[in-house]
Design a protein around this ligand. Structure first.
Ligand SMILES: Cc1cc2nc3c(=O)[nH]c(=O)nc-3n(C[C@H](O)[C@H](O)[C@H](O)COP(=O)(O)OP(=O)(O)OC[C@H]3O[C@@H](n4cnc5c(N)ncnc54)[C@H](O)[C@@H]3O)c2cc1C
Length: 492
């Protein structure tokens, strides 16, 4: 047993846990991170094969510019930003290609050419840009939801800006309401392209996604998307040494099974012994926290966990190590594909391709590139399968995604030196997430913003962080949440 009593123990070394621990360590608290897996990162982690490193889930970092939400983590802890490439995206719709340029002027021109330039289209984009810009700034200014006290109201008003308060009348609008306002809800191409971006970012549909969340999700390209050199391994190789230099302790291969409390100390029982701390941040999914927390905390979490079980989903990822010539003729390395306007999203009908940059030899050996293909899937489709049925299903979806990706790269995978497929079972195994549920809830009014799972559920000295909590999924959301949690931990 480690007899040290840490100021703060963090359960889970994913992006939310590591960002919270780093902030607190930089503020002068003694912290320990207890991580089950053999390396950090969780759903934003990586694995290595024959000189390649693959991102297991997240491949991109959002709003990591100096003034961005991600950038703030590095600025406030005095760490240089990780080396990364700023990305443009290409959307491959069934009948057209649209480049989502990071450059604002290029994007403004492209969207009018590709989606239409009627007065309604022009007015719609202006409206969307305005909402997104105000709420991206509110995120950068530290807005916190759900509102739990008067301080949160004041903070929200300041973050949004008094001059923009009138925009809060849209908090009960769905994204579809916005399309209807401009009479664009029957524009199949625009609706499908935006629907795909909303599904990818807030996992929801246009008729259910809150407008503000969807607007932020759609405009992540404008906020700036990057892939670190070396992918997620590059990010962690950069961040972890700084955390340790500040005195932080990361214990890997240590699954926390139970948290007990004997006031004022928490005891975290794990596979590598018992660790003590005055405060705990549980940066694992809410379902995992629910399983390992003391009774009082379980009680407070129960209604959220039960409510959100039906809104969870998972993903399939194909990992390929391929010769450079299979992918080098496209200068854009990140693509969103939609096959059929009529079919539901997921299982390949929409999918994402991420290719390591030319010259990124941290991701792939010289002459090769690392490629990740991903799509969302329903959890229940992967449950209760025999080993044989599972293998068959896994091979079939892997081949399906690879064939679809050949629309962008016709020779992809023909001479692959690595070809592996990850499924909900894989996520369950490597991130511990029950049923392999990844990426937070499919956002609706009932489970997000004012009804989201808060970081502070009213238990003294215990906080939640990560993509089950507000603002939800994605590295940028987890980093925003880590800021709120670290500020609360430090002030109480
Ligand atoms: C296929 C896919 C693609 C994605 N793409 C992007 C993208 O491009 N950009 C983006 O921003 N986001 C993306 N995301 C979302 C993003 O990866 C997640 O929202 C984010 O990484 C979640 O981080 P977290 O810290 O909340 O949770 P996790 O990543 O799950 O971290 C929790 C950690 O806790 C550990 N753990 C679990 N149980 C225990 C226990 N009992 N004891 C100790 N440790 C434990 C796990 O091993 C894990 O490391 C993607 C997700 C997926 C699945």
């Amino acid at each position: 047993m480690d007899t040290t009593t840490y100021d703060v123990a963090v359960i889970g070394g994913g992006i939310a846990g590591m960002a919270t621990a780093l902030r607190l360590q930089a503020k002068g608290f003694s912290t320990i991170v207890l991580e089950a897996h053999g390396q950090p990162g969780g759903c934003a982690g990586f694995f290595k094969r024959k000189g390649f490193t693959f991102d297991v889930g997240a491949t991109t970092l959002v709003d990591f510019g100096v003034t961005g939400v991600g950038g703030e983590l590095f600025r406030s802890t005095n760490i240089p930003l990780p080396e990364a490439d700023l990305l443009d995206y290409k959307l491959w719709l069934p009948d057209k290609e649209v480049t989502m340029y990071h450059d604002r002027t290029l994007w403004e021109a492209e969207r009018l050419v590709k989606f239409g330039d009627t007065p309604q289209h022009v007015a719609f984009w202006k409206f969307l840009d305005h909402i997104a810009s105000v709420f991206w700034n509110a995120s950068r200014n530290g807005i916190k939801l759900p509102i739990q006290n008067i301080g949160d109201i004041v903070q929200a008003i300041l973050a949004i800006g008094i001059q923009n308060i009138f925009l809060t009348r849209y908090i009960h609008w769905t994204f579809l309401d916005a399309l209807k306002k401009f009479n664009l809800h029957n524009d199949v191409v625009l609706r499908s392209a935006l629907g795909m971006l909303v599904e990818d970012t807030v996992h929801s549909t246009l008729d259910k996604a809150p407008l503000i969340n969807a607007a932020l999700g759609i405009t992540i390209r404008g906020a700036g998307i990057q892939r670190a050199k070396g992918g997620m391994k590059g990010l962690w190789d950069h961040l972890i040494p700084h955390y340790k230099e500040l005195g932080g302790r990361l214990v890997m291969g240590n699954t926390v099974n139970r948290v007990a409390m004997s006031d004022p100390i928490f005891y975290l029982h794990g596979s590598k012994g018992i660790f003590q701390a005055k405060k705990v941040v549980s940066a694992v999914s809410a379902e995992i926290t629910y399983r390992l927390a003391p009774d009082g905390i379980r009680k407070r979490l129960e209604s959220y966990v039960k409510r959100d079980r039906t809104s969870l989903g998972s993903a399939i990822v194909v990992f390929l190590g391929v010769p450079e010539e299979e992918v080098c003729y496209q200068s854009i390395t990140h693509h969103q594909l939609l096959q059929d306007y009529e079919k539901p999203f997921g299982n390949g009908n929409n999918m994402f391709i991420s290719v390591s940059s030319a010259g990124d030899h941290k991701s792939a050996p010289s002459g090769y590139r690392a490629v990740m293909l991903s799509t969302h899937c329903a959890i229940h489709e992967w449950e209760g399968l025999t080993d044989e049925a599972y293998k068959k299903k896994k091979n079939a979806i892997g081949d399906h995604l690879l064939n679809l990706a050949r629309r962008v790269y016709p020779d992809l995978g023909k001479n692959a030196v690595i070809y592996e497929v990850g499924t909900p079972r894989t996520y369950h195994k490597y991130t511990g997430r029950p049923q392999g549920a990844v990426g937070g809830v499919r956002q609706t009014f009932e489970n997000s913003n004012f009804n989201a799972l808060p970081h502070n559920i009213g238990t003294r000295n215990f906080w939640l962080a990560g993509d089950s909590t507000w603002p939800g999924l994605g590295t940028v959301a987890c980093i925003l949440g880590s800021r709120i949690v670290a500020d609360q931990v430090a002030s109480r």
